[in-house]
Design a protein around this ligand. Structure first.
Ligand code: AMP
Ligand code: MG
Length: 463
């Protein structure tokens, strides 16, 4: 672990009437916590923070961050406590964190609590992300506290248990850089290398190596987001993970109808984190990480040279993913134009992003271009040069294009039903989204795009 100046000791607050809403059995098994599920009363107490996890010394971590471009020197875990680390049988190390278990030294004016909405939202969205094959923190548990939390109205409180490769953020580096604490920054960089990028120790300049590895993971991550139509919504540096996972699902959303400039977050008034801006914002966040490493005598010109490779690195990964979604196998010269043509068609016609790919997969051997216009002509010509049968291409496409995503309207339904005591939609959604590429006829309604009047256009932060 890291020494005391990186965190503060905390005690989670006890919940008056804890009750399990969600328990991720498969993940618990992977983590070697399978047997905990046998005693639901104890489970509820542990994962609401009411009963200490044996052997755990809970802490809240310090971090800073650029929020919407503005530097805030102290943020930190204001409503989260790290219970500790777990090492699986296969030797993988994870952080176990409670979110919403009460006041911490970093809470500033906040209560450190969470209501049920953001807890169930992060549960559904992060597990869906995992099953879509995208790097992400995971959901182990959601527990209602039995306590009332006051926001604009009185709401039921809940605690979320998150599993992450680690909770190191770009903002963790910024915290110590802002304090000119070079010693701590060095320890942090060494810790990050040791925990996530041990291969960097072999390099001539390990800190520049660390930077290159973090950058590669961010390029990979954002390429995945762009390919599945995901909008993070708050890509601040405190929400940018050093191991490269999707982290801090606040107003995050999966797009229904495609728009390049789509924004959901109620607080993103300028559209800084609009869908199409995400790669550029990731690069901006990496530049902030680079700035902190300058304090460790990393060569500025070298960092700049590494960072300038970001767009090409990102583009290559994105194109490879999109080519697979379009049934194209290896990307070729001209495919980037074909992808643009497709996206422009979806954008101009406000078509559903997810379902349009599934629809396209049915048209590999169509003889008319009635559905997707001149794009379709160019696309089928490109397919015909591959030497694969239309049926084979269709099934390859269906394996890369989900049928089920967490539709905003369904997620909101899951939350409002849960507030009223009914967990059916929450449970069904989790079940369906565990197999997002597979037809599940009994749950076909969860694949449907929302009707115009069902569309959710605004999402809110976790607080
Ligand atoms: P987030 O929106 O999760 O990225 O959080 C931004 C910052 O606000 C972090 O430092 C959080 O810990 C803090 N924060 C969010 N909600 C609360 C809350 N209810 N009480 C205290 N701090 C909070
Ligand atoms: Mg955050």
């Amino acid at each position: 672990g890291l020494p005391p100046r990186f965190h503060a000791r905390v005690s989670p607050e006890a919940a008056p009437a804890p009750e399990v809403l969600g328990w991720n059995r498969d993940l618990a098994l992977e983590l070697g916590l399978g047997s905990m599920g046998d005693d639901e009363t104890e489970l509820a107490r542990i994962f609401s923070g009411s009963l200490p996890l044996p052997g755990s010394q809970p802490i809240s971590m310090a971090y800073a961050g650029h929020q919407f471009g503005h530097f805030v020197p102290q943020l930190g875990d204001g409503r989260a406590v790290l219970l500790g680390e777990l090492v699986t049988e296969t030797g993988r190390r994870f952080d176990l964190q409670l979110k919403g278990s009460g006041h911490t030294p970093f809470s500033r004016g906040g209560d450190g609590k969470s209501w049920l909405g953001p807890v169930l939202r992060e549960y559904i969205l992060s597990e869906a992300m995992h099953h879509l094959g995208v790097p992400t923190t995971r959901a182990l548990a959601a527990v209602a506290t039995g306590e009332t939390v006051y926001r604009e109205t009185a709401l039921p409180g809940a605690v979320f248990t998150r599993v992450a490769a680690s909770h190191l953020r770009v903002g963790t580096f910024e915290f110590f850089a802002a304090r000119r604490d070079v010693e701590a920054l060095g320890m942090l960089a060494d810790y990050a290398i040791d925990r996530h990028y041990p291969e960097a120790t072999e390099e001539q300049a390990p800190y520049a190596g660390l930077f290159r590895h973090v950058m590669a993971r961010q390029a990979e991550l954002v390429a995945h987001w762009m390919a599945i139509g995901f909008i993070h919504g708050v890509m601040n540096t405190d929400n940018t993970s050093i191991p490269g996972e999707t982290i801090d699902y606040g107003p995050a959303a999966y797009m229904d109808e495609f728009r390049f400039d789509k924004v959901f977050s109620s607080i993103d008034r300028q559209g800084r984190y609009a869908f199409a801006n995400q790669p550029r914002m990731a690069q901006w966040n990496l530049a902030q990480l680079g700035d902190t490493l300058l304090m460790l005598d990393v060569d500025k010109a070298e960092l700049e040279a590494v960072l300038s490779e970001f767009p090409a690195l990102y583009e290559a990964r994105y194109l490879a993913l999109m080519a697979l979604k379009l049934g194209l196998g290896q990307a070729e010269e001209g495919d980037a134009d074909l992808v643009s043509q497709w996206l422009s068609y979806l954008n101009d016609n406000e078509l559903d992003y997810t379902l349009s790919f599934r629809e396209l997969a049915k048209r590999t051997d169509a003889t008319d271009d009635a559905r997707f216009g001149s794009f379709e002509t160019a696309w089928r010509q490109r397919l015909s040069r591959q030497g694969r049968s239309p049926t084979e291409i269709s099934s390859l496409m269906n394996a890369r294009n989900p049928l089920f995503i967490p539709r905003n309207n369904r997620v909101e339904q899951a939350i409002s039903d849960a507030v009223a005591g009914d967990l059916t939609v929450f449970e069904e959604l989790n079940r369906v989204l565990a197999k997002p590429f597979t037809e599940q006829p009994e749950f076909a309604h969860y694949a449907e795009a929302p009707e115009a009047h069902e569309r959710v256009s605004r999402t809110f932060c976790g607080t």
